[in-house]
Design a binder for this molecule. Structure first.
Ligand code: TRP
Length: 337
């Protein structure tokens, strides 16, 4: 019998989890656990690449762990990156198999370093920001996954990971690293309620995302004030705001409401208030479930943290195995010898 294929993905601890993160990634992670052996990392080393606050980073790391568990991620599948220091060690080694020029040309590096230079940015661009994709390559290669579920914005990083793996394999004369493939799944693109032409995200401010764990009142208020039609949509086309509301209904699997409101729309009889009520009901329903699980986990904080430390330690064993083999292949002394 062949071993089930491995999947790896990671997420940065940057505060609130919103419906964009949930529908766009985390919900899919929960599902993938049924088919694959999954490795899901909370990557706190990555969260240091832009100016940050250490206290917030610690809080956000646990916060994200609890949130992921609340959505249905198994604790055995989760690890905290900094508790597996082999990621940083492999990252150094891989740096020496990475083209400096290629790093400077990465889209994310160009965008983020430009942001830092703008007004309001801190004007400080760390070498960590440049080397970010190499650490990401280490996250991936260290567990030898076949697939990495990623969004379009991470495709370039995965391509670089494959280039690094290939260069390492060539240099050491062995097909050691598996070249991981992207796993594209049909995931909805959730837009900001305040500006449906941009992605739902925290970086744009509070109005631009709906927190998955928010109070019912707040969710309803945000949906009620979502932009529907700004009047600049061409005749016969659905406006970006209305499309986003329908998209949220579909993402939340409220198919009955979706179909009946779609027919209203086609008949020219759609009332925005009905659409918004249906969306709010759907989001509140999902939020109530994860909030209930979150409350249970919060009542056992200590045990939950212990569980995560234990699962990280188990996952770390695999990383240690890889790093020992890599050092051997790379001609480095190893503590084992
Ligand atoms: N760069 C990814 C993001 O911003 C996060 C990440 C870090 C990641 N390491 C990874 C994603 C490994 C997939 C695999 O979303």
């Amino acid at each position: 019998m062949s071993e089930t294929k491995r999947v790896l993905s990671c997420i940065q601890p940057t505060g609130d989890m919103h419906f964009g993160n949930y529908f766009g990634a985390v919900k899919n992670w929960v599902k993938l656990q049924q088919t694959y052996t999954c490795y899901y990392g909370v990557v706190n080393y990555h969260a240091m690449t832009m100016p940050y606050n250490p206290k917030k980073l610690r809080n956000n790391t646990w916060e994200l762990i609890f949130n992921l568990l609340s959505t249905g991620i198994d604790h055995e599948r989760l690890f905290i990156q900094s508790l597996v220091p082999e990621h940083a060690e492999l990252s150094w080694i891989l740096n020496c198999f990475t083209s400096y020029g290629q790093l400077t040309r990465m889209t994310q590096f160009k965008d983020k370093s430009a942001q830092s230079g703008e007004q309001g940015g801190e004007g400080f661009i760390s070498a960590g920001l440049l080397n970010y994709p190499v650490l990401q390559a280490a996250d991936i290669l260290i567990y030898r996954p076949s697939f990495v579920p990623v969004g379009k914005d991470q495709e370039q990083h995965l391509e670089l990971t494959r280039n690094i793996a290939q260069r390492f394999n060539n240099q050491v004369g062995k097909e050691y690293f598996i070249l991981p493939e992207p796993l594209f799944t049909e995931v909805p693109k959730v837009m900001s309620p305040a500006d449906p032409t941009r992605k739902m995200s925290k970086s744009a401010g509070d109005k631009h995302y709906i927190n998955l764990f928010a109070e019912e009142k707040r969710i309803r208020k945000q949906v009620r004030s979502a932009v529907t039609d700004t009047g600049d949509t061409p005749e016969g086309e659905m406006s970006a705001g209305v499309r986003n509301l329908f998209e949220l209904l579909k993402a939340g699997e409220a198919m009955d409401a979706y179909q009946s409101l779609q027919s209203d729309y086609e008949a020219g009889a759609l009332k925005y208030v009905d659409l918004k009520d249906a969306v709010a009901d759907t989001l509140v329903g999902i939020s109530e479930q994860v909030r209930a699980r979150r409350a249970e986990l919060d009542a056992n904080k200590k045990e939950v943290k212990q569980q995560i430390k234990a699962s990280t330690a188990a996952i770390r064993k695999e990383a240690q195995q890889t790093i020992a083999e890599v050092k051997d292949l790379a001609g480095l002394m190893n503590v084992r010898f």
